[in-house]
Design a protein around this ligand. Structure first.
Ligand code: HEC
Length: 161
């Protein structure tokens, strides 16, 4: 009789240990980490963009791959000099790239907005800026989406990887 009480107690203890092991495993392998907050850019985000970190300067008439907006000289900056793509292959929300093209084409920008915005194209929002860096247009244009989708494996950024 005493033996079976001990056996019973041991079994119960074992069950508790196994259950608690399972619970702590769930915490480690959380398949749904907290989603990133949507980032809605304003004019303030582009202030002094010409002082940001230069990703690439293209002075040649033709783009590297012949797919560029124009043949004129152009500079590309990134706001977050150390931005890297995370495990899901994407830049963090709030990442901003600006490209200024000489000769009249103007200034374009892309901001990783995230949330449910333009979710078929990794959440990028596309911009036109005036020469002072103020937003003149913003959208999820398929013109921008489709050409930049050629570098989907680099999260839509041609020159930064
Ligand atoms: C026909 C293809 C094409 C279209 C359309 C296009 N882009 Fe680009 N874009 C490029 C290429 C190629 C580059 C790489 C730099 C270069 O060669 O000028 C680039 C670079 C950029 C960059 C710098 C970051 C990067 O990807 O290297 C921004 C910002 C940008 N484009 C914004 C836009 C916006 C905004 C639109 C829509 C209004 C747009 N692009 C439409 C081809 C395109």
């Amino acid at each position: 009789m005493t033996k079976s009480i001990y056996a019973c107690a041991l079994l119960t203890l074992g069950a508790i240990l196994i259950l608690s092991a399972c619970e702590s495993e769930q915490v480690v392998d959380d398949p749904n980490p907290t989603p990133q907050v949507e980032y809605v850019a304003t004019d303030a985000d582009f202030v002094n963009f010409r002082n940001w970190s230069v990703v690439k300067q293209l002075s040649k008439a033709l783009s590297e791959d012949g797919r560029a907006h124009t043949d004129a000289a152009r500079t590309i900056w990134i706001k977050q000099a150390n931005a890297t793509r995370s495990q899901n292959g994407q830049y963090p929300n709030g990442t901003i790239l600006v490209k200024e093209v000489q000769g009249g084409y103007g200034i374009v920008a892309m901001v990783k907005r995230g949330g449910t915005y333009n979710s078929n194209h990794n959440g990028w929002e596309w911009f036109h800026l005036d020469s002072a860096g103020k937003i003149t247009q913003r959208n999820s244009s398929n013109l921008c989406n489709n050409c930049h989708a050629q570098v989907k494996s680099q999260d839509y950024a041609f020159t930064k990887n």
